[in-house]
Design a protein around this ligand. Structure first.
Ligand code: SAJ
Length: 432
């Protein structure tokens, strides 16, 4: 089967670069998104992402004439579904976008087509949910069309590089489906592409992000223990990681983003009686914003209506995404506590977060503040001059939840410094 015409449904952080790579490799690509503002912007070549290399890639795809964007799918050889799978309030997968994407394909589905699902889903979704929806076309999967699950594994911040370089796993509903996907993606993927069945591929994707979440939970637990024992967890982790078989991750204010903070719940949903460590890790990471609140309560004790300036609301360094961001959760808790809160994030272009307008400059955010708290470790924050910032503040208190700032420099500039996980720096209150 030749796959010359590819319809990519969902032009988010995976769909858009995937569509663009196919287009720049000579395929005729139709990019579909329900967001008509995004479709309009892309048609005008208007891409403004902080993601390194993405603007250039998308513009090249549009200029090539091979990428057109639409709001509705049309006939193609291959359909790629790359829509979000958020979770519901009860922490189960919300498959409504996958369902809508599948239903939108049905009228265009023809004999010989290939359908690839890239969205993260609970085990069994491809066979038990996607295939029956597609068969509403009157065609039979395997006999008339192929289906495979192929999870993405790109790291926001390195998407363009990792989409090409990373190894991939494809789970076909039969061996032929897997092989045809491998041959198609080999056009731009330089990593190895491994074949397995659909359910195994679904489980692999969830295991990858769960592995990260559990390991971050362990780092966070170490941080809390170290803090209570008067140990600096950062020094301890650095030295523990000199062991050849130890690699402890970084503690922080919690785990955010639409992947690591969400996907482990799909395994809990699949096996609630067995996924104990996974559930506990989620709970440990979700509790971290409260631990940050405890730290802040201590450092501002004695100050009436403390003014807190927060640096960063994105879920992690150098990205503009605030989904599930622990920084947002900390900001909300600080507001609920009755503190006066200001927020600055040079990556996030939203006008406000939950009704709180974002400051347009760091100077505006810190002006008159009692305490500066670093919530997201954007690289540019490491360049902040403590003397300059301190001169604008009412009191010079710094709390670093990511271990980004040079403690010695900030102390030399007159700041009282506390770090999450550092029992040596101590959560000294202002008065002490
Ligand atoms: N974090 C820590 N400590 C660490 C590492 C991360 O607190 O040592 C926090 C981050 O600050 C962030 C969250 O965890 O809030 C998640 O960040 P991340 O960089 O670990 O991962 P994501 O969500 O940006 O991307 C992950 C990646 N998965 C793995 O590394 C296993 C990526 O490869 C996946 O493609 C992506 O999820 C996805 O789409 O599933």
């Amino acid at each position: 089967m030749t796959s010359q015409r590819i319809c990519v449904i969902g032009l988010g952080y995976v769909g858009l670069p995937t569509a663009s790579f196919f287009a720049t490799h000579g395929f005729e690509v139709i990019g579909i998104d329900v967001n008509d503002q995004l479709v309009e912007a892309l048609r005008a070549g208007d891409v403004h992402s902080h993601e390194p290399g993405l603007n250039t890639l998308v513009q090249a795809a549009i200029r090539s004439g091979n990428l057109v964007v639409r709001v509705e799918p049309e006939a193609a050889d291959t359909f790629v579904i790359a829509v979000p799978t958020p979770f519901t309030d009860s922490k189960t997968a919300d498959l409504s976008y996958v369902e809508a994407a599948a239903r939108s394909i049905v009228p265009s589905l023809r004999r010989g087509n290939l359908v690839i699902l890239e969205s993260t889903v609970p085990p069994g979704t491809t066979e038990e949910f996607l295939v029956p929806l597609l068969e509403e076309s009157g065609l039979k999967a395997r006999r008339d069309f192929s289906v495979a699950y192929m999870p993405e594994r790109v790291l926001p911040g390195r998407i363009v590089v990792e989409l090409v370089e990373n190894d991939r796993v494809v789970g076909g509903i039969d061996p032929a489906s897997g092989e045809v996907v491998r041959d198609l993606y080999k056009n731009f993927v330089q990593g190895e592409i491994f074949l397995t069945d659909a359910m195994t591929a679904e489980m692999i994707k969830l295991m990858e992000n769960t592995c990260r979440d559990v390991n971050i939970a362990l780092a966070n637990e170490f941080a809390l223990i170290a803090q209570s024992l008067g140990v600096d967890v950062w020094e301890a982790i650095r030295l523990a990681n000199r062991h050849p078989r130890v690699n402890i991750l970084r503690p922080g204010p919690g785990v955010g983003g639409h992947c690591v903070a969400v996907d482990p719940w799909f395994l809990v949903e699949a096996a609630p009686d067995l996924a104990n460590l996974i559930r506990l890790s989620r709970q440990i990471n979700d509790a971290m914003p409260y631990k940050v609140l405890d730290l802040i309560r201590q450092v501002v004790r004695g100050i009436e209506t403390p003014r807190i300036a927060c640096l960063g609301v994105a879920y992690k360094r150098d990205v503009d995404d605030v989904r599930e961001s622990p920084a947002v959760k900390v900001v909300n808790l600080l507001i609920k506590e009755g503190f006066h809160v200001s927020v600055f994030d040079p990556f996030v272009s939203l006008p406000s977060i939950n009704g709180l307008p974002l400051s347009s400059t760091i100077e505006a955010a810190v002006s008159g503040a009692d305490c500066l708290i670093l919530l997201t470790d954007h690289s540019c924050f490491a360049e902040i001059m403590p003397e300059q910032i301190g001169s604008l503040m009412r009191r010079q208190i710094l709390s670093d939840t990511r271990h980004l700032l040079d403690e010695t420099r900030w102390r030399a500039a007159g700041f009282k410094v506390s770090q999450l996980g550092n029992g040596k720096s101590g959560a000294v209150s202002y008065g002490s």
